[in-house]
Design a protein around this ligand. Sequence first.
Ligand code: C2E
Ligand code: MG
Ligand code: MG
Ligand code: MG
Length: 294
Amino acid sequence: EAKKDPQNRIKIFQSHMLQARQLHNQIASELRGAIATGGFELEYQPVVDLSTGRPLGVEALVRWNHPVRGRVMPSDFIPMAEQTGLIIDLGRWTLSAAAHQFAEWSAELELDPGFQIRVNLSVAELQRIDLVDHVRGVLRDSGIAAESLVLEITETGLVTGGEVETYSLLALRKLGIGIEIDDFGTGYSSISYLRELPVDLVKVDRSIIATHSADGSQQEFIAAVLQLIRAAGLDAIFEGIETQEQAEQLRDLGCTGGQGFYFSKPVSPKRIAQLLHSGSRLPAAADEVDVDLT
Ligand code: C2E
Ligand code: MG
Ligand code: MG
Ligand code: MG
């Protein structure tokens, strides 16, 4: 009966709103704390040359080690970090940590020439006028070459680009940094931008290979997506490759790069060092992966 009373319903609604806001504020303050105290870590997922199985590079993916909730994945805090502006500091930490990790690997392992570290960059970061200076600073501090860094920016982030974004993209490329469109195929945007934006690479979202068609047109669809990217003069990497069949299909279509659980899940830096030991091909044989080098 209490629920039928309009006044009471408003009160219940308000108390829900208050709780939601309190939770929001709590998570935001926990995020802020974690940024200050080093509560994040990076996992890395290999990007593989489909014709040879050699790793072309790795993508850095951030995880939050929450004191109570345990390991929190990016989909559960990146949106909040973006809403609150905390993504700027988090992004800075990520870029710096990834660059320093790459420098360490370069010194310890025999990386293939052309091996690259890829870092996700959110739109908010791209909109900062000081982005280019910041990136330059990270390259200097870590000592890594601009050519070994690729910044991944989502399609949605790129198309809305104004003057600052365009300036930054051009300046970053001039430094020698690779720019990649991430999650291609999810942005519902005009495809003409593929030819207009200063980018080098396109990473095709996993929904493109994960969508199954009953009539067997899947193969043709993937081939057409690949052709479209090539016609724009760009190279393609397909993400979300989970089976040998998918990997072979893409290889046969002449696609250069692939990424997905079939080759390796995102793993710790230590595991990456094992996977990258000289001559390794992915997917690695189970016994090879289990060797403990420490
Ligand atoms: P993304 O950049 O598209 O990264 C690829 C995501 O797909 C990763 O999820 C990865 O674990 C997952 N994935 C890779 N291979 C497969 C596969 O074969 N099958 C399936 N089902 N999934 C696969 P993750 O690590 O949860 O990251 C999610 C998103 O969070 C990323 O998507 C990226 O947009 C964002 N993100 C992660 N780290 C950062 C960061 O440091 N900064 C920013 N701004 N965004 C980040
Ligand atoms: Mg990415
Ligand atoms: Mg992606
Ligand atoms: Mg994706």
